[in-house]
Design a protein around this ligand. Structure first.
Ligand code: NAD
Length: 478
């Protein structure tokens, strides 16, 4: 593939302007290929195609929509080896992770929402013997789906699947750093029989580019964005001009809270994952670790020992635990956070610098920092890399206050065998998702989203359909 093209109205197309940008392999720093750089004109074509297709897709029987979505899932499974390879090439994540998480979950997103929509009902209220009220569900229209680079196909399909299941059409704007699997998904959808124009892909950047053109477009009804909190604020302002519906999954700075009564072995194993999976580039990573004082030193020592065993390196090599960060800029950003934490008194117990592995790649050593206080930038801001801080605490009240003391509210992990405490804390922590004695265990029927500056709205199960459909109340006088 020399140039990654847009997919508009069933055809792969270059940009109208002819402009392109480079797609870089983070594990080598080399160019993979060039990518068509979309602008307002390309977005306009894609939105027109999606609007035209909406007339047909919105009237397509649910069973037929679901059958096409199942075929898409089957094709993702059939092409899983190749899709995983593309995901690793684009992101620098270990191939084993792409094979076991990103790609299977992408197929499952389609199967899950295809099945869910078939059983979806609406409310009905009988108002004594005066009236009967029921609700009619209908698709909204054209959705703009804007995705990030960390779990490219997984998070994109988390949007596309409910959007299409509900009868909407879409224009996708994949992250500029990871255009490959979204483009392959377009080809898969066409092969599965999805009508032309139902799913369109326009590549490009955010501000002054395809992303902004999509959020500004008057004929786009919905915007679903996963990205940084600052991007959410910009997109919300743009969407306000035409009162688009918005659903945002944004940044996180998630606490991982460990009580002395926890099963420390389970907790250690999971904490290594929740800290360093996908190079720490997961919005749900538990970057702030709070450990009850009387087991603090024991926990820190054991964690550092386990971190020292992580293999950082070529993401295509079996046995690699931590691959490359997404870009040179991101590597420098992560290192900047660590340097400033050290300047503010933080003590690096392991890691704390770029890893010298594959020449030209953007690798960073898994990093554990102690001796930071609550006000430090590294405790307050999302680093989105393989860096965690550890702080001791004495009491439940103290740790709840510390955990809630950020602008974010995405998720929290809690380790305790005290049932009452688990329920009490679940009610007190200001986050959208709480895992007790586990992490990243997902049931797609549950509400997923963040409080405070971590998001707007919830997705998953019926919550996704609340966003991707309109309800009309019909009141019939009896
Ligand atoms: P980002 O905000 O830089 O970009 C996300 C997407 O938005 C990209 O496609 C980008 O091109 C687009 N974009 C940027 N500015 C835009 C604008 N002005 N108008 C329209 N589109 C615009 O985020 P990223 O760096 O790709 O991803 C990392 C961030 O995503 C982290 O903050 C992470 O926490 C967050 N994230 C959140 C979740 C969640 O479920 N809450 C999941 C994954 C990632």
């Amino acid at each position: 593939m020399n140039e990654v093209l847009h997919f508009i109205d069933g055809s792969f197309k270059p940009s109208i302007s002819g402009r392109t940008f480079e797609n870089i392999n983070p594990a080598t720093g080399e160019t993979i290929n060039s990518v068509a750089e979309g602008s307002a004109a390309d977005v306009d074509l894609a939105v027109s195609a999606a609007r035209k297709a909406f007339a047909v897709w919105s009237k397509t029987p649910v069973a037929k929509r679901a059958a096409i979505m199942h075929r898409i899932a089957d094709l993702i499974d059939e092409e899983s080896e190749d899709l995983a390879r593309l995901e690793t090439l684009d992101t620098g994540k270990p191939l084993a992770l792409a094979k076991t998480l990103d790609i299977p979950r992408s197929a499952y997103n389609f199967r899950f929402f295809a099945d869910y929509v078939k059983g979806l009902g609406t409310e009905c209220f009988q108002t004594d013997d005066v009236a009967l009220n029921y609700a009619v569900r209908r698709p909204v229209g054209v959705a703009g789906l804007i995705s990030p680079w960390n779990l490219p196909l997984l998070l994109l399909t988390w949007k596309v699947a409910p959007c299409l299941a509900a009868g909407n059409t879409c224009v996708i704007k994949p992250a500029e750093l990871t255009p490959l699997t979204a483009t392959r998904l377009a080809a898969i959808c066409q092969q599965a029989g999805l009508p032309d124009g139902v799913l369109n892909v326009v590549h490009g950047f955010g501000p002054d580019s395809a992303g902004a053109a999509l959020t500004d477009h008057p004929d786009v009804n919905l915007i679903s964005l996963t990205g940084e909190t600052t991007t959410g604020k910009t997109v919300m302002r743009a969407a306000a001009n035409t009162l688009k519906g918005v659903s945002f999954e944004l940044g996180g700075k998630n606490p991982n809270i460990i009580f002395a009564d926890a099963n420390l072995e389970d907790c250690l194993e999971t904490t290594v994952r929740s800290s360093f999976s996908n190079q720490g580039e997961v919005c749900l990573c538990g970057a702030r670790i709070y450990v009850e004082s009387r087991v603090f030193q024991e926990f820190v020592d054991k964690l550092v020992e386990r971190v020292s065993r992580l293999q950082v390196g070529d993401p295509f090599t079996p046995g690699t635990d931590v691959g490359a960060l997404i870009s040179k800029e991101h590597l420098e950003r992560v290192d900047g956070f660590v340097r400033r934490a050290i300047a503010q008194g933080g003590r690096v117990l392991i890691g704390g610098r770029p890893a010298v592995t594959v020449a030209g790649g953007f690798f960073y050593e898994p990093t554990v920092i102690v001796d930071v206080d609550a006000s430090c930038e590294i405790v307050q801001q999302e680093v989105f890399g393989p860096v965690v801080t550890l702080q001791p605490f004495e009491s439940e009240e103290e740790v709840v206050a510390a955990a809630n003391d950020t602008k974010y509210g995405l998720s929290a992990t809690l380790w305790t065998t005290n049932l009452q405490r688990a329920h009490r804390m679940a009610a007190a922590l200001e986050v959208g998702i709480i895992w007790v004695n586990t992490w990243f265990l997902r049931d797609l029927r549950t509400p997923f989203g963040g409080m405070k500056e971590s998001g707007v709205g919830r997705e998953g199960g019926s919550h996704s359909f609340e966003f991707y459909s309109e309800l009309t109340n019909v009141c019939v006088k009896l």
